[in-house]
Design a protein around this ligand. Structure first.
Ligand SMILES: NC(=O)c1ccc[n+]([C@@H]2O[C@H](COP(=O)([O-])OP(=O)(O)OC[C@H]3O[C@@H](n4cnc5c(N)ncnc54)[C@H](OP(=O)(O)O)[C@@H]3O)[C@@H](O)[C@H]2O)c1
Length: 277
């Protein structure tokens, strides 16, 4: 059985470096898709209140028959609940939906700078962490200037920063800052939702290793040290995206893929995104 490497978070909690993403998986399909991933060997599931499928992820975890503590589950606070008390209540609802006593990682989904003060939100996250019901807390879509405020004004350094990262958006500055502060970077949309798979450089490198463009892209992310969780509703691809541990990209291949950066996002810019979904 494939052993996925784990990364140690700054509070001593271990996270599997490869997981399964569930954004845009409809609630009715989530239990089966998540069970497929768990059968393939994934032990890390990424979801969010915003995705509307926490309940079905919880059902899949129970239906898998695996001990709860062998599966790392992440969820995220939705954008409309940034006020302190709202955040605490939203976490209660999330836990009720999952049917879990303890969540492995809880994140602020977006900084939402025009909507509220994310520092106040972070204080609620610290309270949730102190309660023992979230083993680790972190942020998502935080730019360096957002992170600096948390570091200067609060007690707890986020365990992770989950940001958009793929070969067309390598995010070197934020990733370097994360490393300096002991924050693990999680790369969302690691395949740029399929866009990078048509890239001729990635296709050539993939052919040389007899792997697929998706496998080469995900391998590049793992070798850079990021945590990744590709999403797929297609069982074949779920298996393909887990089969990453029988080849290694060379230094020049890593550099060639990194050089594809063109600062191109598939999602919104965190400084501009203030929509409550
Ligand atoms: N924190 C945030 O703000 C945020 C934002 C976005 C995403 N995320 C997280 O990151 C996860 C991954 O990102 P994402 O879902 O946006 O995009 P992604 O994983 O980069 O790409 C998913 C798309 O690629 C296709 N795909 C997957 N594996 C493939 C393969 N081997 N070959 C060809 N196509 C393949 C999928 O199609 P099929 O499903 O049809 O197979 C789907 O259309 C999300 O599910 C979510 O958990 C977080």
């Amino acid at each position: 059985m494939t052993v996925v490497p784990s990364i140690l978070l700054n509070n001593g909690v271990e996270i599997p470096q490869l997981g399964f993403g569930t954004y845009q998986i409809r609630p009715a399909e989530t239990k089966e898709a998540t069970l497929t991933a768990l059968r393939v060997g994934y032990r890390h599931i990424d979801t969010a209140e915003m995705y509307g499928n926490e309940k079905q992820v919880g059902e899949a975890v129970r239906a898998s028959g695996l001990p709860r503590d062998e599966i790392f589950v992440t969820s995220k606070l939705n954008n409309g609940f940034h006020a302190y008390d709202d955040a605490l209540k939203a976490f209660d609802r999330t836990m009720e939906d999952f049917g879990f006593d303890v969540l492995d990682l809880f994140l602020i989904h977006w900084p939402m700078p025009a909507v509220g003060d994310f520092v106040e939100t972070w204080r609620a996250m610290e309270e949730i962490h102190r309660s023992g019901r979230a083993r680790a807390i972190g942020v998502s879509n935080f730019q360096i200037h957002h992170l600096r405020r948390l570091l200067e004004e609060t007690e707890t350094v986020p365990a992770v920063n989950q940001i958009e990262v793929h070969p067309y958006l390598t995010q070197d500055e934020v990733r370097d800052f994360d490393v300096e502060q002991g924050i693990v970077t999680q790369a969302w949309s690691p395949l740029a939702r399929g866009k990078v798979l048509h890239d001729p450089v990635i296709q050539r490198i993939a052919a040389g290793h007899r792997k697929t463009p998706a496998q080469v892209t995900l391998r590049w992310q793992l070798q850079r040290g990021d945590v990744v969780f590709p999403k797929s509703i297609t069982p074949e691809r779920v298996r393909e995206n887990f089969d990453l541990f029988d080849f290694v990209l060379s230094g020049p291949e890593m550099a060639e893929i990194s050089a594809l950066d063109r600062d191109e996002r598939v999602g919104p810019h965190p400084d501009e995104f203030n929509r409550i979904l």
